[in-house]
Design a protein. Sequence first.
Length: 297
Amino acid sequence: MTDFPIIDPHHHLYDLENHYYPWLSDGVKPSAFGDYTAINHSYLIEDFLADCKNQNVVKSVHLDVGFDPKDPVGETKWLQGVADKHGFPHGIVGYANLAQPNVRDVLERHLAYPNFRGIRQSLNYHADPAKTYLDRPGVCREPEWRRGFAMLRDLGLSFDLQLYYPQMQEAYELARDFPDTQIILNHTGMQVDGPDHFEAWKTGMKLLAQAPNVACKISGLGMGDWTWTVDSFRPYVLTAIEAFGVERCMFASNFPVDKLFSSYDKLFDAFKEITSDFASGDRRKLFHDNAERYYRL
């Protein structure tokens, strides 16, 4: 148990009986986070609330989870119905392909739902086919994509940025060129290449943090460290906070993906242990206030 409230700004729900998610519905495939057979079944709001019940989670934000790309607004519609019934999730970050000619129409249809807050279009590009999400690098430098990205500011939407550390230079350029758009880095930069890459990841994080409109979600660390311990997480957590500052970081679960590697309690108890000597006000920012501010909850 904890004596302060928590907002979880990154989790997923999926209903395989009623919706189509290619990465789940079409069978388990090689992935950056290994074999995910154990989570290849519906994960509903009741499951999430059961997992987080010991942690005083008072609000949450749902991130797109590979819903049918032909109907991205269908996910937001479903989640708003869940929120209207259960209260959770309080924020919804949906999907849109920002390079599509009709992207403004997609964004405006998302905005018909009151809990909608922003877009995530995962940009992970990797030489390893199991780890890549795209067929080419440099998407956020392409004029068509940037045309769509420019619409986010005008519509009052944030952008959840998911990529790997070698892509942080281009992400920094994006943030610099669109200083009025709030960007939120997912999964602590998603370092899935092992401890030998720590220093290169750290360099990328420090560069990206130079853009004041980028915040960092400290989450997803289990995806690159399947048998993690508090001590193996600690340098990633503290490096992220050192780079971005307490004002621009927030802790998140990435459930149920990180359920492959730990329980909800083990994960948040680790974050608490690592920050045990922080000032109480700073801990409240990391566990609650920053998520509330960045996602307008």
